[in-house]
Write a protein that binds this ligand. Structure first.
Ligand code: BGC
Length: 266
């Protein structure tokens, strides 16, 4: 999801030579910039192999993206089900929006397309919702009660809202109005890179965004994810807000692990 995430290769020790058990679930995280995938151990939330990453094709049409996904999945092997994230509103397998991918996804049955090209059963979910679910189960949100908001800072801004650990899907808070436009056009990680903002200047933008979330939701916890969450020490200390704000524990792997949690049970 982050434009910089090509640098943060999976830092888990994996044995990529061991045969993959046939029905192992694979998580596929489709972002505006990269497509990442790995087999996942659902009981621990860890990657069983080092992840594979390819660039998201441009334009990110359904067929072009589906081709890349099919290629990655066949390289990983096995025959298990897939959980797949999309940077879009996803209702019951159907994509409803397309802010950072091709408009051809809108109203497309993404479950059906990806099942057809991969020959596997597929569950599709919004990327930030997947990352949030992974963090709530295995990471920074474990056992958290009350209202938790996870934001993912990458090509856009994704959001996942939890009430007592239960997901309210497709919140799309990256499109809240801030500074005369969409919040993600003001404070996403891509904007930091594009405008060459200092960490402090970018943190100031995120702070404004966080204040907006606080005004709307009075959260008990804010989790900051996306590839850049690995560098949270550079920007989180500059953010002043009343809500505890913590980096995602699983960094950019949360998307893959969370995707896998949405794979249909075979
Ligand atoms: C999309 C969201 C997505 C977020 C992060 C936004 O532009 O509308 O669906 O979660 O980007 O990828």
């Amino acid at each position: 999801m982050s434009p910089t995430d090509q640098h943060d290769a999976a830092d888990v020790a994996t044995d990529d030579t061991a045969p993959l058990p046939e029905h192992t679930v694979i998580g596929v995280d489709i972002g505006g910039t990269g497509i990442k995938a790995a087999p996942v151990d659902l009981s621990t939330g860890t990657l069983l192999r080092e992840r594979i990453r390819e660039l998201t094709p441009h334009p990110a049409t359904p067929d072009a993206v589906a081709d890349v996904v099919a290629g990655i999945v066949s390289r990983i092997g096995g025959s298990g089900p897939l959980g797949v994230t999309l940077p879009a509103v996803v209702q019951h397998g159907i994509a409803r929006t397309a802010a950072n991918i091709d408009a051809g996804w809108i109203d497309l049955d993404a479950d059906a397309l990806l099942s057809r090209v991969t020959g596997r059963s597929v569950g599709v979910v919004n990327d930030a919702d997947a990352a949030g679910v992974a963090e709530m189960r295995f990471g920074a949100g474990r056992d958290q009660r009350g209202v938790t908001v996870m934001i993912t800072l990458g090509t856009g801004i994704g959001s996942a809202l939890f009430v007592d650990g239960v997901l309210v899907p497709n919140t799309e808070f990256g499109h809240l109005h801030l500074h005369g436009g969409d919040a993600e056009d003001y404070a996403a990680e891509l904007v930091r890179e594009r405008e060459d903002l200092s960490w402090k200047a970018w943190a100031h933008r995120i702070e404004k965004y966080v204040h907006l979330l606080e005004a709307l939701l009075s959260p008990d916890l804010i989790i900051v994810g996306g590839g850049v969450s690995k560098k949270s020490d550079k920007f989180l200390p500059h953010i002043e807000c009343r809500t505890p704000i913590v980096p995602a524990a699983m960094h950019n792997d949360a998307g893959i692990v969370g995707a896998a949690l949405f794979a249909p049970a075979n």
